[in-house]
Design a protein around this ligand. Sequence first.
Ligand SMILES: COc1ccc(S(=O)(=O)N2Cc3cc(-c4ccc(C=O)o4)ccc3N(Cc3cncn3C)C[C@H]2Cc2ccc(O)cc2)cc1
Ligand SMILES: [Zn+2]
Length: 331
Amino acid sequence: SFKTKDVTLSEDRPKALLLQKHSDYLASYGLNKEDYEFCMTEYLRMSGIYWSLTAMELMAQSSRMPKDDIISFIASCQDSESGGISASHGHDPHMLYTLSAVQVLAMYDKLDAIDVEGVVRYVSSLQQEDGSFFGDIWGEVDTRFSFCAVMCLSLLHRLDAIDVNKAIDFVLSCMNFDGGFGSKPGSESHAGLIYCCVGTLSICKRMDALKADELAWWLCERQLPSGGLNGRPEKLPDLCYSWWVMSSLSMLNRIDWVDKKNLEQYILACQDAETGGFSDRPGDITDPFHTLFGLAGLSLLGNTTIKRVNPTYCMPQETIDRLKLEPQILQ
Ligand SMILES: COc1ccc(S(=O)(=O)N2Cc3cc(-c4ccc(C=O)o4)ccc3N(Cc3cncn3C)C[C@H]2Cc2ccc(O)cc2)cc1
Ligand SMILES: [Zn+2]
């Protein structure tokens, strides 16, 4: 018999937002340098700092983060020769971690702590003839890296350093018949890559090129009876997809196309009342990654106990306002 993959929310699930638990969870995450989880995530440390700091900013708790240690850690991760920034000491620079570092310093208003010109040089050196971007010197092309490049340079007000029209042409060459996007031309539509491609067009003010209704339809089809959202048809719901789908629908100005009450229930059910934090599905292990996307998702749904998040940058709206950035939202 045909079984729709979904989860059932239990009666004793968390129904209120446990802000203090999440603040305590993130404040203590990584304090114990020996714990297994912390050691296993060294390779993404820079992004882990972005996920934790942004979540704390949204809860107005960022004063609990070690600001000066973070700033000096970031400066020590910049490669003087390439200008790129690595996830942690001794790791190779990469587009993902260069973006995370710039996002963190932008929130702290401390971009002068790094060689900005070096970052601009590194990011623009990764653009290819067809307008696409490599993730690092090893040459993997993915629309995720187009988004990282455009977001990173826009935060530095240096989009002039790349060929924006070619970057847009490459992203549009990845649009599928369903209005969605994949990682490369011809790749299957996936919610995470749709967020990256819509975000790229939003920053470059080219949302006119989207098939908005077909795309919004594909996105709201991601919602399951549990209220949760999946990333592709037939997949299980996952909290981080709530963010990819809802932020894309927000940029398309069609957030009302999902059942917001049901989705809010699913997000709240992904909290862990013991440890604090959010997980991908109710009952799983929590982590800073899903904790950010749980809080950011609730912010998009209008929860005013959480600060407003910008759907394009996944950063506090007040940071985007201070930088005078105006990513396009469809009217
Ligand atoms: C636990 O297994 C993974 C698998 C992939 C990754 S990832 O770095 O390629 N990445 C981000 C990601 C991070 C975490 C995580 C655990 C602890 C921390 C500390 O901050 O962060 C967990 C999952 C995760 N994934 C995998 C995933 C999410 N939902 C389901 N899965 C299997 C996403 C993955 C890809 C990624 C997405 C967005 C982004 O900005 C960067 C990377 C990390 C851990
Ligand atoms: Zn997830």
